[in-house]
Design a protein around this ligand. Sequence first.
Ligand code: PLP
Length: 391
Amino acid sequence: MIPSVLPTYNRASLSFVRGEGSWMIEADGRRFLDLGAGIAVNSLGHAHPALVKALTDQAQALWHTSNLYQIPQQQALADRLVDHTFADTVFFTNSGTEACELAVKMARKYFYDKGQPDRSDIITFSGSFHGRSAAGIAAAGSEKMTKGFGPLLPGFVHLEFGDHDALTAAITETTCAIMVEPVQGEGGIRPLPDACLKGLRDLCDEHGILMILDEVQCGVGRTGKLFAHEWAGVAPDIMMVAKGIGGGFPLGAVLATEDAASGMTAGTHGSTYGGNPLGCAVGCAVMDIIADPAFLAEVNRKSGLMRQKLEGLIAAHPDVFESVRGAGLMLGLKCKVPNTDIVTAGYAHEVITVPAADNVIRLLPPLTITDEEIAQAIARLDDAAASLSAP
Ligand code: PLP
C-alpha cells in the first residue's frame, strides 16, 4: 500500500523535534551535530533568536495579504538585496525551483521584446541541479531526473561542465542565456574556477546573451562572500536565490539588472505567496546578519579551520576519504567508500552530513557553527570513518 506521504524520498529513520544552533534533537534527547543545515537552508542554525523574533512578531501582526497590495517587508528585503548586489530589481518566490522558472521566462522574454523570439535556448551543464519542476529538470537534463517525465520543455542545450571550447562552439543565434551554478551543490560541490566564470561573462558579453547564475545553494554567505560569484569579480544579469535567504522559512528570489528584467512588466509573472510578509520579515533578519562583512569574515576564518582539520581527517583515513573541495562552509569530501555508508555511519555517531553526486559527502553547517563545534564535528566524522575502516 502506498504510504500516506508520497514515497519520493528514501528517508533516514531519524526524526527531530527541536533545533538549537548547530544541533538537532530527537524526542529521546539524542543530539545530532548538524553539518547539513537542511541542505544549506538553516544558514543561521536552528531557532536563531533574531529569526524567531522576526517571524513571531510578523505572525502576530499580519500573515498574508497578496501581491495585489504593497508589502512593506517585501520592499525592505528587495531594497537590502539591491543595495548589496549587482541587482536593480527582485521578484520573490517560495523556492529555488520557482526562481528557476522565472529566470528562464525572464531570459526568453528579454529577447522576445527585442524582436528576436527565436533566441530562446539556454545552455546548461552536466551535473547541474536547478529544481524539480518541468523547467528545472529540462534545464539540468540528467536522465535520472527526466526519465519518464517527457515531453520535456524544449530549449535547453546541455554541455559538459568545464568544457570551454564546447561552450564557445555551442553558442548560436538561438542562444539566449547560459545558466550555471558557481559551485555545483547536488553535483558534488564542484566549484567553477574563477577564470571560467570570468570567461563565461566575457562570452556572454561578446555574444550579447544573458548570464544566469543559480546561487540557490551557494549563495547568501555560504562560500564566504554574500554571493559566490563575487569571488570571481564578475556579475550576472539574472541570479536565482533561495535556501539560505529564508534561514528555514520557504523563500526564494530572482535578482536581475534593470536591462535583463525589462520584459517583465505587469501581468507577465506572479505568485500568490511569493514575497509574503512572514518570509520577507525573516529574510530581512537573515540579510541584516549575513551581509555584515564581519560575519562573512568569520565564515572565511571558520572555513580555513574546518578545511585544515578535514585535511587531517583525510590523512588519518586515507582508505575512506580522498580529498576536500569547495569554498567557505560549502565543503565536499570526496570518498573512497560509498558516500552513503559514511553518511549512515555519521548518524550512528550523531553527526549529520548530506550525500551528493560524484561520491561526495557535503558539509554545509550553519554559518554560525562555533570553533568548538567544528572540533566536535571532526571528532565525530573521525569515529564514523574509523567504524568503516575497522577490520
Ligand atoms: N538550484 C540549486 C542549485 C539547488 O541546489 C536547488 C535545491 O537543492 C534548487 C535549485 C531547487 O531549489 P528548491 O528545492 O528550493 O526548489
